[in-house]
Write a protein that binds this ligand. Structure first.
Ligand SMILES: [Zn+2]
Length: 273
């Protein structure tokens, strides 16, 4: 599932492709949704024709197109892709929504292709509504490591599920949480209130470093059409290889796994305490 660096790379790509300033002329929605797949909602799109996209904003893993009237929330779900198509490019398989845009003299098409159907497109009144329930964005320059340490240090929860709680800090998911905890040698099971303030600051800095590293990696490795490759993060953007039988890059011993609420953590039983 895309996490902050993948979603931010998508946001930058949509801005680069000229979405801000474009007018939505027409929206096509799949006619026969397959009921056996996911339940991602597509709603409110009938009110979109005639609206102008002012900007593309992001908080955590959520992205929203700010319109001249209202906001369009976009979510890729587990395996969805949002792409700007070339003029001669056919609509991809599993397209659920296709937006026809015009920016001055040039037309473009933006699609959500979503085989598992967990993606969402929803109209909201405001960004506050689109981002409701989300805590501060992990890359918000006004949110510091000291704020993070202060927010989590009283909590008795193990640190891993706390990092995944989007109302505490928005943007970290399973993959980057494991990566950041490994970087600072903290066990995913450690209770937040048992981690020193200094180590919480280091953890927050490790989250930012792994995000910045991934953003650069994604920018340097576009797909063959120049789009950000964002579907998963099992490549060199990570130091920790999250798969069965992989090893700690420091200790070179097999990683352990542990489930927190159905989410598997990969960690080293030797160097992460
Ligand atoms: Zn280790």
């Amino acid at each position: 599932m895309p996490e902050l660096p993948e979603v931010e790379s998508l946001r930058r790509y949509l801005v680069r492709e000229g979405l801000p300033g474009s007018v939505i002329e027409r929206v096509e929605v799949e006619s026969k949704p397959s009921p056996e797949r996911g339940t991602g909602v597509i709603s409110g799109v009938e009110q979109l024709p005639g609206r102008t996209i002012k900007n593309i904003e992001r908080r955590g893993k959520q992205i929203a197109a700010v319109l001249d009237d209202g906001v369009l929330g976009l979510h890729m779900g587990m395996t969805g892709r949002i792409d700007v198509l070339a003029d001669d490019e056919p609509t991809p398989r599993f397209t659920r929504v296709e937006f026809h845009l015009r920016n001055g003299g040039s037309a473009s098409r933006v699609v959500l292709a979503d085989p598992r159907r967990w993606g969402m497109v929803q109209r909201f009144a405001s960004t506050a509504e689109a981002f409701a329930g989300l805590g501060p964005d992990a890359l918000d320059p006004n949110y510091t490591a000291a704020h993070f340490a202060e927010a989590v240090s009283p909590r008795k929860s193990p640190i891993k599920p706390l990092l995944l709680n989007q109302s505490v800090l928005a943007g970290v998911g399973n993959i980057y949480a494991d990566e950041a905890l490994h970087r600072v040698s903290i066990s995913p099971s450690r209770r937040a209130n048992r981690i020193s303030g200094k180590n919480l600051v280091a953890l927050f800095e490790a989250i930012r470093e792994s995000f910045e590293h991934a953003l650069q990696f994604i920018q340097d490795h576009p797909d063959d059409r120049g789009r950000p490759y964002i579907v998963d993060a099992h490549d060199d953007r990570m130091k920790l290889l999250r798969k069965p039988g992989s090893f700690c890059p420091r200790c070179e011993i097999p990683l352990l796994t542990k489930k927190f609420g159905g989410r598997t953590a990969y960690y080293c039983g030797n160097c992460q305490r």
